[in-house]
Design a protein around this ligand. Structure first.
Ligand code: ZN
Length: 114
């Protein structure tokens, strides 16, 4: 359950931000998570709800936005989006020299604060 460690570092970061900015309350957190992170949203929500209990973030709403995988062929510059985490092969020229352009994100997109 790697979601739990993600949630723990997220909460740590949020509490730090809250302190720095003097926010009374963080109501909602919108997260961008790349598909490569293989996060299961239900587990993420579950881990979040448990971990925030008793902290200043208790009751905050977590919104997850998944970023699909975007791959780019270094040989022919072909770029495409697909959902397969395991296949790194260019459908155009057959090269396996493929890089991941998007899909590794784990970032806070926006916060709703009071
Ligand atoms: Zn190619």
């Amino acid at each position: 359950m790697h979601e739990l460690s993600m949630v723990e570092s997220l909460i740590e970061e949020l509490l730090k931000l809250q302190k720095e900015h003097g926010w009374e309350r963080i109501c909602a957190i919108r997260l961008r998570i790349g598909a490569m992170r293989q996060v299961i949203p239900e587990i993420m929500h579950f881990a979040f709800d448990i971990t925030v209990q008793g902290t200043l973030l208790e009751g905050a709403k977590l919104v997850l936005e998944t970023v699909p995988l975007k791959k780019k062929c270094r040989t022919c510059k072909n770029m495409w989006t697909d959902g397969d985490e395991a296949v790194f092969l260019c459908g155009k020229c057959g090269s396996s020299d493929v890089e991941l352009v998007e899909g590794m994100e784990l970032e806070i997109e926006s916060l709703e604060v009071e």
